[in-house]
Design a protein around this ligand. Sequence first.
Ligand code: GRF
Length: 192
Amino acid sequence: MALLTGSDRIKTAIFISGTGSNLKSLIKFSKVKKSPIIIKMIISNNSKAKGLQYSKIYKIKKKVFDFKNTLSEKKIINELKKNNIDLICLAGFMKILSKSFIKNFKGKILNIHPSLLPKYKGLNSHEKAIKNKDKYSGCTVHYVNSKLDSGKIINQKKIRITKFDTPDTLAKKVLIQEHKLYPAAILKIFRL
Ligand code: GRF
């Protein structure tokens, strides 16, 4: 496979709301030879998101929007189109995107979720898995459609829950696997 130059890599925007550990791992992934993506923008709904620090460290454009209404969504869509964004990765992003937003980027929005979907959609997946005494939890990368955490699954990683696990220890174990799963999902989509 020919080495992808910057110009033919898929222009990608990463959406965050908090720590940005998945953002950091996707930035590192974008810099390896076989990576098909180039990260052009970091978008957040939260001006205080710790992950915005990576915009400065890695010199990637950042934009904060309030995602409160269709007007602000129209501004985001224009910004993304202006930057020829062709892939959106939600990474710890806590807002629900509207149907019209998703339609504008059909089949081009991915999300990572800390459970073995379709189990435990939404919040507090680790608490639910432990409360139900599940033997396994894990993480999932999926396409985003208009239903919460319900788009076509791309890949998953299963993680054993031990009797010593708390939601915190499980979250830490799952997060380590998320950082590997997201790059693997992108390679899988682009069959590399
Ligand atoms: C991760 O568990 C992710 O799956 C969930 O938000 C958590 C924090 O992600 N959506 P990050 O550290 O901000 O990437």
